[in-house]
Design a protein around this ligand. Sequence first.
Ligand code: FAD
Length: 385
Amino acid sequence: MPSNESKLTVVGAGLVGSLLSLYLARRGHTVEVLERRPDMRREALDAGRSINLAISTRGLHALRQVGLEEEALKHAIPMRGRVIHPVQGELAYQPYGKDDSQHINSLSRGWLNRFLMTQAEATGRVRIRFRQRVTHADAAAGTLTVQDEATGETREVRDTVVFGTDGSGSAVRQAMQPRPDFQATQETLGHGYKELTIPPGPGGSFQMEKHALHIWPRGSFMLIALPNEDGSFTCTLFLPWQGPVSFDSLKTPQALEDFFQERFPDAKALIPGLVEEFFARPTGHMVTVKCAPWRVGGRTLLLGDAAHAIVPFFGQGMNCGFEDCAVLDGLLESQADWEETFSAFERRRKTNADAIADMAVENFIEMRDSTGDPRFLLEKGVEKV
Ligand code: FAD
């Protein structure tokens, strides 16, 4: 087992960094976590990436290992299948498994992140420092340059073992870029996404089937919706950036309303804030990041999206990052030091992470075309990609 004497720094208190620090603390390590954002438990943050997430077996397994699965599932809504919404006509239900026990779960990203931070701090070994942005890293030396976002002051953290869990745009990964043995590819999808809300019905009721992931497959674009605990659904519209039907073509409220009326009439009737939300909310980018090596000696290791960002269509980015934490934890038991641990970790995870990344892109095509049934598409001259 690597020494408990080492100074450990986790960069990023997102989903993966928070869970990782909890795992490390349970092994007796003292951990400092540097997070560039304010504490989301005290300040409301701007709407960012998906409001809710699908958590499935690999993610739940990682939570179970640290005794958190049961509590997380209390806040989750089981989704037992997909409900496919055609342009007109009857909905089609596609169950995920033979019976209801086979399902995925919709869970609030914000709740889960806050929960994991609190659980990590409750170990007494984790200190999360907010508004601390890592601006540079010397991955071989274990040195981090950190800017205090409140005061603008810069300081250095030295002689530390660095865990880079700072997401798809990772500063830790970028600092590894000049190393001669380091390679990274970053592929941006030609689609962006926008979140929209179906509010709860009367008395907090669900206005569509609660226990399902809803999909409106339309060929080159699609809409999906996941249920939230309060009776609402968060919808995500995936559209090409440019082309005949794209973010570029939806520049006015009228164009947007006409588009929804034609392509998603049942959803339009349930999204009263369509125009306001569409034009006020940010449009998200999606990227696949593959890189290698994920480590520098026994000093620096990348995990989660920092090592392997994937597009969301397989619902596996966070799940895969949580699995990283569980695998690393298992290796801590059997490996002698950090270098051996990091090396074994990369051997175990890299091929799997790359495979999941490729499957996620493939599943985009499967989801947006769904059954290939022309009822769903109403292409009207739109190229099917
Ligand atoms: P992040 O969540 O990005 O967290 C990184 C943290 O690091 C953040 O808190 C950030 O503020 C901090 N940080 C960044 N830079 C610095 C810096 N320089 N210094 C200090 N701190 C820094 N996955 C699923 O499993 N299921 C789903 O259903 C799902 N749906 C998704 C839907 C969408 C639309 C998108 C975009 C993604 C989805 N994902 C899903 C993927 C999932 O969101 C990511 O895989 C997951 O958030 C990765 O967690 P992370 O902790 O590695 O990175």
